[in-house]
Write a protein that binds this ligand. Structure first.
Ligand code: COA
Length: 333
């Protein structure tokens, strides 16, 4: 039997740079409350959200992803042709096929990098960072560009009390590449399909077409069970990611959870017994829940504002529709 040569890559990997694109239009709670018979006070108290960004017509999934990617590449000091693979985590690219990743790779000038989309909802970015790290260590790619991008305003029913004030738009990106020391810890990930219906697109495309008055199949969510699952089950996942990386809560500098809701962020930090010294991302107050974009957007902001410094140890955790989740410890670039 012939022997197939195994593929080997870098011994260690790290996030080399993080970039962001925040859409220009700021939408305050005041703009939404009338349609859902709510109030700025109620929304802030239940979710911690004060404003969010909704993309203008020319701020597309592709254009926002390209802008965030250029920022990440510049910060990493990596040129587009060095990228061997582009992974885009998104649920709001409006074509079932092909993936938006190939268009983004082409616009960036990556020299025909492999490119594909990942559908893991709000957990997609952490899934993609884990895959990118494994690819670089296995030798399938030298550098991987990971993007989380959403235009959830297209999928949001502005008359739905349970979601209208939550979902928002934006893009974040990270370059994953080789490193002298371990910069991306073991991936802890999983799913719970028994709870498939808790957050979902209301109808599938065939049901939309068959209906008498076809309309966009908006996202719907059972807020209460999602809140309980995220606040408790995800604390266990966060602790597993720390354990598998051999990091104690005391050694952690930053906590960058999916920006779903401020109360979930606080509950997670409490259940994980994170010490007060850990700096916590709270981007949700100004950005709402941007699903796959939320973790890279929040991390980029912490770095830009000096709350996450190069060499710091950060726990990333993301969770959402599926239900799907993923977490890992990383070194801040
Ligand atoms: N504005 C004002 N009142 C509202 C409202 C709104 N937008 N939505 C619901 N209410 C009212 C309800 O009518 C109910 O009133 P009642 O007590 O008189 O019957 C009350 O608020 C409580 O409703 P409930 O649906 O139990 O709200 P809640 O406390 O669960 O809060 C969420 C709703 C959506 C804020 C909360 O469930 C949540 O944060 N869930 C997680 C959402 C999330 O982060 N998802 C993303 C995960 S990826």
């Amino acid at each position: 039997m012939a022997t197939i040569r195994p593929s080997r890559g870098a011994e260690h990997t790290a996030i080399l740079g993080v970039g962001a694109y925040r859409p220009s239009r700021v939408v305050p709670n005041a703009e939404l409350v009338e349609a859902i018979e709510s109030s700025d006070e109620w929304i802030q108290q239940r979710s911690g959200i004060k404003t969010r960004r909704w993309a203008t017509p020319d701020e597309t999934v592709q254009s926002m992803a390209v802008a965030a990617s250029r920022d990440a590449l510049a910060k990493a000091g990596v040129d587009a042709p060095q990228i061997d693979c582009v992974i885009v985590a998104t649920v709001s690219h409006m074509l079932q096929t092909p993936a938006v990743a190939t268009l983004i790779a082409h616009e960036l000038g990556t020299d025909q990098a492999a490119a594909f989309d990942v559908s893991a909802a709000c957990a997609g970015f952490c899934h993609a960072v884990g895959m990118a790290s494994d690819m670089v260590r296995a030798g399938s790619a030298g550098h991987v560009l990971v993007i989380g991008v959403e235009r959830l305003s297209d999928l949001t029913d502005v008359g739905d009390r349970g979601t209208a004030f939550i979902f928002a738009d934006g893009a974040g990106a990270a370059v994953v590449g080789p490193s002298e020391t371990p910069g991306i810890g073991p991936l802890v990930w999983g799913s719970d399909g028994e709870q498939y219906d808790l957050i979902r697109q209301r109808e599938d495309w065939r049901e939309v077409i068959a209906s008498e008055s076809p309309r966009m199949p908006h996202l719907v969510m059972q807020g209460n069970p999602v809140f309980r699952w995220a606040s408790f089950a995800m604390a266990k996942v966060g602790r597993q990611a720390l354990d598998r990386a051999g990091i104690t809560a005391e050694e952690l500098d930053c906590f960058v959870p999916h920006q779903a809701n401020m109360r979930i962020i606080d509950a997670l930090a409490r259940s994980m017994k994170l010490p007060d010294t850990v700096r916590i991302a709270r981007d949700v107050a100004d950005m709402g829940n941007t699903s796959a974009a939320s973790v890279p957007l929040a991390l980029e902001r912490m770095i830009r504002e000096g709350d996450a410094r190069p060499g710091d140890t950060a726990l990333l955790i993301a969770f959402g529709a599926g239900l799907a989740y993923a977490a890992q410890v990383v070194t801040v670039p």
